[in-house]
Design a protein around this ligand. Sequence first.
Ligand SMILES: Nc1ncnc2c1ncn2[C@@H]1O[C@H](COP(=O)(O)OP(=O)(O)OP(=O)(O)O)[C@@H](O)[C@H]1O
Length: 298
Amino acid sequence: MIRVNNLTKTFDGFTALDNATLTVPQGSVYGLVGPNGAGKSTLLRHLCGVYSPDKGVVSIDNQPIWENETLKQRVVTIPDDWHYFLQANIRDMMKFYRGMYPGFSMERYEKLKEVFQMDEKRAIRRLSKGMQKQVAFWLSLSACPDYLLLDEPVDGLDPVMRRQVWSLLLGDVAERGTTVLVSSHNLRELEDVCDHVGILDHGKVLLERSLAQLQDNMVKLQVVFPDGMTVVPADLDIVHATKIGRMHTLIMRTDAKTATERLAPYQPLLVDAIPLTLEEIFVYELGGADYAVKDIIL
Ligand SMILES: Nc1ncnc2c1ncn2[C@@H]1O[C@H](COP(=O)(O)OP(=O)(O)OP(=O)(O)O)[C@@H](O)[C@H]1O
């Protein structure tokens, strides 16, 4: 489990992380979402032990990661700007990873060669940006880490490779219990893969939730009320309502069963629960806050 408690980091008087607190449960895929400059990369650099906290605690499996060489061998990061030795080809970098990470599996490396289909003798600097990212995934997954930290991981990958990479990652989560923390600007991109989401803005974690919590707490219903009933009853806990013709679309802060029961006395002609997107849930969860939530996460 990853725990970040009241983490503060300041650069020359500028506060990049401001009392940030979050928890990434074991075996989860945690999406860290926030706009440019929110502090995502800075947080990830603390988690892989590159930065030391000014204040607060950053621990993995209850041990501080800072200057903890043994723990770092179980944590692999793919940063936004993945680094390689300038003259290295893929095989050279593989040897570097194999030396760094005791969990590195040559068998996995050979298997993944078939997925990524690249000539190991190719100089990495001659590869396209997207191909370099593929190499980063190839080597990182071969290292069989317990924790995988990904900064904007699929940027630069084509749609087919994105799907491929996500399927490999989710396979590792299911089979090996790998814990994945993934940062992104875009909640939409994380919708299908994350089971936990945290929102970071101006160095603060605005909220974090598990998907199960999110899905149980809010419901979207399409409702048609009987003739003559044009106004939605005020006693329903409605966070958002729209109407097209006779069809009301209601977002209510409860679960689908309770919502249907509460609508029953009004004898609706139709009640149909439809899925809420993660974006909708976050927008309405944060709806009362005095900032442009949509600008933060969409
Ligand atoms: N080494 C540094 N020195 C000075 N300021 C820094 C440093 N690293 C980060 N910052 C500042 O901290 C803030 C957060 O930066 P960070 O790179 O963590 O944001 P981010 O959420 O990853 O952004 P992006 O989505 O654009 O990559 C920014 O204002 C950035 O300028």
